[in-house]
Design a protein around this ligand. Structure first.
Ligand code: C2E
Ligand code: MG
Ligand code: MG
Ligand code: MG
Length: 288
């Protein structure tokens, strides 16, 4: 069910790949100097329970606050550095910043888990767990289960036994895992069974079209069913409208994230958003 492959395939035939490799050397240098100048920032997007009205946590999404180009989204700079040392440095900066944020919010009475995206390359480092333990040790005030790691379903495909070992060791540290963009890779039920991820995130491409496209609706329903069989939680990404929420609730998916609930926002906006948010009336148990 590799829905995006049609779109990505064109990259082999146009010059995007070429240009990317030409500017690669430059990007790596640019990003490591941007890191030194503290030009990166995390924005946070709420994840909610539509049924209970609870905010269950937020996802940290990196942006590059470029002095000239403005706020640059992650997919415009992360692919160029994937597989290079600087991506590991940036990845650690993200975890460290998220841990600091958890602790700052806790000081003002806002108890929120933060999920952080981990690249395949980062997860495959043999010292990943040791480095993570080191970062947690720097923030002893943060309960480790407030940190969640989102890994792409496809990250696990390279070496399932190494990845599941890493995940199990991190799990012992108290950190939880989510499988991101679920449905876009070649998910095998064996992987789902072997990976200790408590949460499955249904890819936004299926959710976005589920009201118009019967196949996407069937995929969403299928993933919700899988999650139930494997006793995992399931969250829908890309919930853009109230109607998406209603349809998801009918399928038994109560957790949601998307522009229809909130866009990613700076950390300073989160406390007020959390205290003001209310689930939509049409999402209540006795309706829909
Ligand atoms: P993701 O982890 O699947 O994150 C969800 C992306 O979808 C975010 O884009 C978010 O802003 C966007 N989004 C959320 N709700 C909606 C919606 O209702 N409609 C639409 N159209 N989009 C929605 P963003 O921030 O541009 O991030 C893109 C991807 O970049 C992320 O996908 C993640 O794979 C990667 N990424 C972001 N931050 C990091 C990071 O710190 N480290 C790593 N390794 N990857 C990151
Ligand atoms: Mg994610
Ligand atoms: Mg995703
Ligand atoms: Mg994605």
């Amino acid at each position: 069910i590799a829905k995006q492959s049609g779109k990505n395939r064109y990259h082999f035939f146009d010059t995007a790949q070429d240009n990317a490799s030409k500017t690669l050397g430059q990007s790596i240098g640019d990003i490591s100097s941007a890191l030194g100048k503290c030009e990166f920032v995390l924005h946070y997007q709420p994840k909610v329970n539509m049924r209970t009205g609870e905010v269950i946590g937020v996802e940290a999404l990196i942006r590059w606050q470029h002095p000239v180009r403005g706020l640059i989204p992650p997919l415009e700079f992360l692919p160029a550095i994937e597989g290079h040392a600087v991506s590991l440095e940036l990845g650690e900066w993200v975890i460290d910043t998220a841990l600091t944020q958890i602790s700052q919010w806790q000081k003002i009475g806002v108890n929120l888990a933060i999920s952080v995206n981990i690249s395949a390359y980062q997860l495959q480092q043999v010292n990943f767990t040791t480095r993570l333990a080191g970062l947690l040790a720097v923030h002893p005030e943060v309960p480790p289960h407030y940190l969640e790691l989102e890994i792409l379903e496809t990250s696990a495909l390279h070496d399932i036994s190494q990845v599941s070992t890493t995940m199990n060791t991190c799990h012992k540290l108290g950190v939880c895992f989510a499988l991101d963009d679920f449905g876009t890779g070649y998910s095998s039920l064996t992987y789902l069974k072997r990976l200790p991820a408590y949460l499955i995130k249904i890819d936004q491409s299926f959710v976005r079209d589920m009201l118009e496209d019967a196949d996407d609706l069937a995929i969403v329903e299928g993933v919700v069913g899988l999650a139930k069989v494997f006793r995992r939680d399931v969250i829908a990404e890309g919930v853009e409208t109230i109607a998406h929420g209603v349809a998801l609730l009918q399928l038994g998916c109560v957790l949601a994230q998307g522009y229809g609930i909130a866009r990613p926002m700076p950390s300073s906006d989160i406390p007020e958003w959390v205290s003001n948010w209310k689930a939509d009336d049409s999402w209540q148990v006795n309706k829909g």
